[in-house]
Design a protein around this ligand. Structure first.
Ligand SMILES: NC(=O)c1ccc[n+]([C@@H]2O[C@H](COP(=O)([O-])OP(=O)(O)OC[C@H]3O[C@@H](n4cnc5c(N)ncnc54)[C@H](O)[C@@H]3O)[C@@H](O)[C@H]2O)c1
Length: 257
């Protein structure tokens, strides 16, 4: 699977799954726009890509802010002249019930997780139409089934599956594919935050591993390699898919010890 000379924009790639995906895209030849609200994290991702022989730029971006997203589009086109892959990975997770969630927290979570997908797609579509490119949105198995204490987050991940399918049918005839990835627990920032608010974080982490048929949580690069596949021509007839990368978490009850 080659992405040689393709230009990939990856939001939230200053850490975790986004960074790992950016690195995997670069390994197969893509040039990367590392877009993150955390510029230090984004710059570190760029350094890692460059040190492995790739090309990348960092653009500080708040995906919830239309002006910031329009700036991301301008910087991308100024640096590379086109965009072929848009990976919407940036997200936040409020680990609370609805009753305990502050109105400001709810609004920000919706604005980043769902609004961010809307804004980047809206402003990158003219360029994706030219390149017959594709979009990969980051959902979660929490888009299919929920867990305690992250109601708003689960709602955003379900919304992303719906938005993915809607954009796939609206833009398929233009040659644009739109898919989403639904990971299980992955050893990265948002899962870490969820474990840390449980009464016994280490026990929660161990228990989470055993929910998966493969008896462990996943690694960020395991999601990144699925993103490479979906972005590549090898996935040319795949659109509107909610692609699980979950070690069997959503397949049923895991084997017992
Ligand atoms: N870690 C998991 O177990 C897991 C499981 C399923 C799905 N996911 C999804 O994977 C994605 C990445 O999660 P992660 O665990 O790597 O988290 P992470 O916290 O390591 O990475 C998220 C990145 O998004 C950035 N970000 C936050 N708000 C932003 C904004 N407004 N604009 C731009 N960037 C912003 C952060 O700075 C950070 O670099 C998320 O969409 C998450 O829902 C994660």
């Amino acid at each position: 699977m080659s992405l040689d000379q393709r230009i990939a924009v990856v939001t939230g790639s200053g850490s975790g799954i986004g960074r790992a995906s950016a690195l995997e895209f670069a390994i197969v030849g893509a040039k990367i726009v590392v877009a993150d609200i955390n510029l230090a994290g984004a710059s570190e991702t760029v350094e890692r890509i460059v040190s492995q022989g790739g090309k990348a730029i960092a653009v500080r971006t708040d995906v919830a802010d239309p002006e910031s997203v329009r700036n991301l589009v301008s910087e991308t086109i100024a640096a590379f002249g086109a965009v072929h892959i848009l990976m919407n990975n940036a997200a936040i997770q409020i680990n609370k019930t609805v009753e305990d969630t502050e109105v400001e927290e709810w609004n920000r979570e919706m604005a980043v997780n769902v609004g961010g997908v809307f804004l980047t797609c809206k402003y990158f579509f003219p360029h994706l139409r030219k390149s017959k490119g594709n979009i990969i949105n980051m959902s979660s198995v929490n888009g299919f089934f929920t867990e305690p204490m992250c109601a708003g987050y689960c709602a955003t991940k379900a919304a992303i599956i719906g938005l993915t399918k809607a954009m796939a049918i609206d833009h398929g005839k233009e040659g644009i594919r739109v898919n989403c990835i639904c990971p299980g627990y992955i050893d990265a920032g948002l899962a870490e935050g969820y474990f840390n608010v449980q009464p016994d974080p280490e026990a929660a982490r161990n228990a989470a591993g055993k929910l998966h048929a493969l008896w462990r949580i996943g690694r960020p690069e395991e999601v990144g390699r699925a993103a490479v596949f979906l972005a590549s021509d090898a996935a040319s007839f795949i659109t509107g898919a909610a692609f699980t990368v979950d070690g069997g978490l959503s397949s049923g009850l895991p084997p017992q010890a």
